[in-house]
Design a protein around this ligand. Structure first.
Ligand code: ZN
Length: 626
């Protein structure tokens, strides 16, 4: 039984959070917020803050935070419905429950699931019996698929035609579309979504088909993989291919293997590693982690996790802390993907998984393997490079373990290594003319975001977020999530854009991001909003300048960059002066957006991402943090 969303919103709006909290602790007005002793932990000085405009609270001591509903849940030990009911009674609101709506929604979902299941059966039947599927069958045989496997994984064939499936389904066009099986073309006729592809049905964790991954045949036109688009049943940031089948194996082995392709999962099964799942054309997201950790907290990545570089590292460490999981990486032979390995040496695949290394260890080995440990200079360089990777880990004890090991291997005294590590960790952001981040990552040296996890430290990014929260009219339309770098800031900004108010945003993000939004919304912005905006945009501009200069240095035609670089320098100089004019700022923002190659929040390309190529991880889409 659920309460209607609009009634929940009504309760939230009509609750005076200051009055509510004041029943449990005394609050005093301090500037724009209210402050008092935290009702959730024992303390002598007030570290509990309430923002009554946003309806949020945050404790700087025990980190308790949330809105009025969370407050009642925590303090009265109630569940969500109970807390809303209590608050509703307090405000004299009569709640309506969503029985009927839920009922309708469930019926529709059952209808769509049934439709997708019928489609899976129809495709499967085509693959096995239809003359036009000859090439598909030949392809699968050449990739080592037996007919048993075709049945077990319920593989299918989508004929290279216009509307054979939609005609065979004989269902309401709006249902066919909602289920992602067809669409209406420009001529107003309904057409099949998948054409000329071998289909891998994607199940939810209860074993119900929710979507498909479609692979083209060798030599055919188009992207190698085409997946179902997100719809009411299928969400690519949540879907995990093979989870239903692998659940038992995962729990039994207390380990889950994550790969990038449908055929990789099947390859692992063949090699006897029956605990593999694949993301469906997207990088691993926090939602995936949430779903996997219910089965095992040991997560083994069987793809090139290093390719995604430092951004991936930040996410992995943040997840390890927030979700109490451990991430390992399988060291696959250069250029080999699990699917191939399963065919050439199934034993190798199994032992590679058994020897998976902790994420940090894997990254250090990458650096050490490329190093020359024969000469003193080579060892010093290797030590420096490896420390850059170690420095990213948020836990001091873990860092120290690796430092001692590296000291041995590089023959540098451990104390000297420790001192160097601290230097690396405290290194300031590189000056604009310095080598840009990408280069620094490759050489493994200090990165500018070192040591800022899991919290978003005070700085231009948190100021800019605070600006977005307290002065949306100033930040909105000028800033966007792609201008931020810290994964928490990116996720927070996105959530604020998507959900509008901080209170709504907090309800839809992970605990770390929620705590950050709550904290920033109880801390008033104590400086001129225009200054914050100018400072942040300048910072992003300087970063862009650094990238451009590096690009120029590496280019065969560096002169081509002169004009744009000098324009950018002049503009940045201009922004240093007081009373920046809005036009300069807007111009710079437009330029940064065009340079970053992130034209808005476009779909990260269902159609051209290729989940089967084990050699390249998808780009570290910052939005994946969830
Ligand atoms: Zn507290």
């Amino acid at each position: 039984m659920g309460i209607l969303d609009e009634d929940v919103a009504r309760v939230r709006e009509s609750t005076d959070i200051v009055g509510l909290v004041a029943q449990y602790t005394q609050l005093k007005r301090v500037g724009q917020r209210w402050s008092g002793l935290c009702p959730f932990h024992a303390e002598k000085t007030a570290s509990f803050s309430v923002n009554d405009t946003e309806g949020l609270y945050h404790c700087f001591g025990c980190k308790a935070s949330g809105d009025a509903i969370t407050f009642v849940r925590e303090i009265e030990h109630l569940d969500f419905v109970g807390a809303v009911e209590l608050l509703a009674a307090r405000s004299g609101i009569t709640l309506r429950y969503s029985d009927r709506e839920e009922h309708e929604g469930r019926r529709r979902q059952a209808r769509l699931l049934d439709l997708v299941d019928r489609a899976a059966e129809w495709y499967h039947d085509r693959l096995r019996t239809s003359p036009d599927a000859g090439a598909a069958r030949h392809y699968l045989r050449s990739r080592g698929f037996t007919s048993d496997e075709v049945v077990r994984y319920r593989l299918g064939w989508a004929p290279d035609d216009w509307d054979q499936l939609v005609r065979a389904l004989w269902a309401a066009p709006e249902d066919v579309e909602a289920a992602g099986l067809g669409f209406t073309n420009r001529a107003g006729r309904q057409q099949d979504f998948f054409r000329g592809r071998v289909l891998f049905p994607i199940d939810d964790e209860r074993g119900r088909v929710i979507g498909f991954g479609g692979r083209k045949l060798p030599g055919a036109e188009g992207a190698k993989y085409q997946n179902s688009r997100d719809n009411v049943l299928y969400n690519k940031s949540r879907a995990l291919y093979g989870l239903d089948r692998a659940k038992g194996g995962i729990v039994h082995a207390n380990e889950v293997v994550v790969c990038e392709g449908y055929t990789d999962v099947i390859g692992f099964d063949r090699a006897g590693v029956e605990r593999a799942v694949a993301t469906c054309g997207t990088a691993l997201t926090e939602d995936h982690i949430r779903s996997l950790k219910r089965f095992s907290r040991r997560i083994v990545l069987a793809y090139d996790a290093d390719e995604a570089g430092q951004a991936a590292a930040e996410r992995v460490y943040a997840w390890e802390q927030a979700h109490e999981i451990s991430v390992f990486v399988v060291d696959l032979p250069e250029g080999a993907d699990p699917d191939e390995l399963a065919r050439t040496g199934p034993g190798l695949l199994e032992s590679a998984v058994a020897e998976a290394r902790p994420f940090l260890s894997f990254r250090i080995e990458r650096v050490m393997r490329a190093a020359d440990l024969e000469t003193p200079e080579g060892r010093a360089r290797a030590a420096d490079a490896a420390l850059g990777v170690v420095a990213e880990h948020p836990d001091a004890l873990v860092r120290d373990q690796y430092v001692m090991d590296l000291a041995d291997r590089c023959r540098v005294p451990a104390d000297q290594m420790r001192a160097r590590l601290e230097q690396v960790r405290l290194a300031p952001r590189p000056a604009p003319t310095d080598t840009p981040t990408r280069r620094r990552e490759e050489s493994g040296s200090a990165s500018p975001t070192v040591g800022r996890l899991p919290e978003l430290a005070d700085g231009v990014e948190s100021e800019a977020l605070r600006l977005r929260i307290h002065h949306p009219e100033v930040a909105g339309g000028v800033l966007d999530a792609s201008m931020f770098r810290h994964p928490i800031a990116v996720a927070a900004y996105r959530a604020l854009d998507e959900w509008g108010s901080p209170a709504e945003a907090v309800d839809h993000v992970g605990p770390e991001v929620a705590a950050t939004v709550a904290r920033l919304s109880v801390e008033p912005l104590e400086v001129d909003p225009a200054d914050v905006l100018a400072r942040f945009v300048s910072e992003v501009g300087r970063r862009t300048l650094g990238d451009l200069e590096a690009e120029a240095r590496g280019s065969s035609d560096p002169l081509a960059f002169v004009e744009v670089i000098s324009w950018l320098k002049v503009t940045l100089d201009h922004l240093r002066r007081p009373n920046v004019d809005v036009e300069t700022l807007t111009e710079l923002v437009a330029f940064i957006r065009s340079e970053s190659g992130h034209p808005g929040d476009g779909e990260p390309g269902d159609d051209d991402s290729d989940p089967s190529s084990g050699s390249s991880a998808p780009p570290p889409g910052a939005g994946e943090l969830g």
